[in-house]
Design a protein around this ligand. Sequence first.
Ligand code: ZN
Length: 370
Amino acid sequence: MPKTSDIVGIINKIAPMSLAEGWDNPGLQVGDPGAEAGRIMVALDATSDVVASAIASSCQLLVTHHPLIFKPLKSISTVTRQGSLIHTAIRAGLSIVSMHTNYDIATGGLNDLLSRKIGLLDCVPLQVTAAQELVKLVVFVPADHIEQIKSALLPHAWSLGNYRDCSFATAGEGTFTPLEGADPFIGMVGIPQKVSEQRFELLVERRTLPRAIKAFMAAHPYEEPAYDVYSLLNEGEKLGLGRIGHLPGTLTLADFAGQIKKTLSAPGLRYVGDPSALLYKVALCSGSGASLLHEAARAGADVLVTGDLKYHEARDAQDLGIALIDAGHFPTEIIMVAEMTEQIGNAICAAGYKDCQVVPCCIETDPFKI
Ligand SMILES: [Zn+2]
C-alpha cells in the first residue's frame, strides 16, 4: 500500500511542483507523509463538506486543485473555518495534497483538458513560464553490455517531437588500469586494459537526470561506470499558463458560447463582443484568467475563454477588440476531478501498488447560481 509521500511523488511526476507560480502553495497541505494512503479522493476544493465526504468514504488522502493553505497561519483554532477543517482532517487521519498552478501549466493538465473539451487544435501555452531544460548524457559501456544499458536509459530519453527512444552510439576503445583495492569486472589490478566499448548518448530532461543516472549505474557491469553530462543551449518543450489554439473552422461568438455552455454543463455564461463575430483563434485559461487578456490580444486571439471576469476587464476587451467568454471558475475547473482521478489511478497502477483506490468527489456544486 502506498504512503502519502509515495502519492505526492506520483503527483509530482504528473505535474511537477516546480512548475507552480511563485505565489502558489501546491503540495502537502495537511497530514503525515509516512501515513498509508490506500483510498484517495480527488476534489476541486477542500470544503468542510468535501472533507466530511472523504472521511465518511474512509479515505486517508484528499487531493484537491485549490490549496487549503495560501498564507502562513497564525493559529489552528476550530473557531475559524480553515482551522476547523485542518483540525478535523488531522483528527480523522486525513492528509490533504493540492496540485494547483503546477497542474494548470503541466502538459496534460487542466488547460490541456479544457482545450480538448472545447475542441481546440494545435494548442501552445498562452504565457510561457518555463521551458524544459535539457542536458546531454554520454555513457561508456563495454560493447557486449550495450543492450542492457539501452533498456535502462531509453525510458529516460527526451522525445524529439513524435519520436521517442532517440539515441546515438559509436564504437571505440576504453582504457583503464585498476588500482590497489579495485575489484574490476574486466582485467586485473595493476595491469593496463584496453576494452572495446560503446559511447552511448541521449538527451535527458535535467529534472529527470538523477533518475537516469541511477538507472544507468544499476545496469552497468563496472565498479566505476564512466559518464559525462553536458549543458546544452537546446530548449525543450515550452510550458506556461493558458493555451492558444484554433477551432476546426470558424464559429460565431454566440454559437461558440452556446457550445461551451453545453460542453461544460454550465448553467449559463456571459460573453462580451458581437454575437455574430466569426471566431477562429481561441485563447483560454481555466479558473481566473483575466490577467491573460492583453497576452491573448497580443497573440491575435479572437476570443479569450475563462472565468471570474469583472466589468472593467470587459471594457478593456472591447478596447482591445477581443471577445470574451466568462464560463465561470467552477465549470472551467470542475472537469479536473474526473481527469485527475484517472491520471493518479493509472500512475498508481503503473507504480505497481495493488491495494489502492482513487475515487472522484461527486458532491461539489458551483457556489454561484443563475
Ligand atoms: Zn481555480
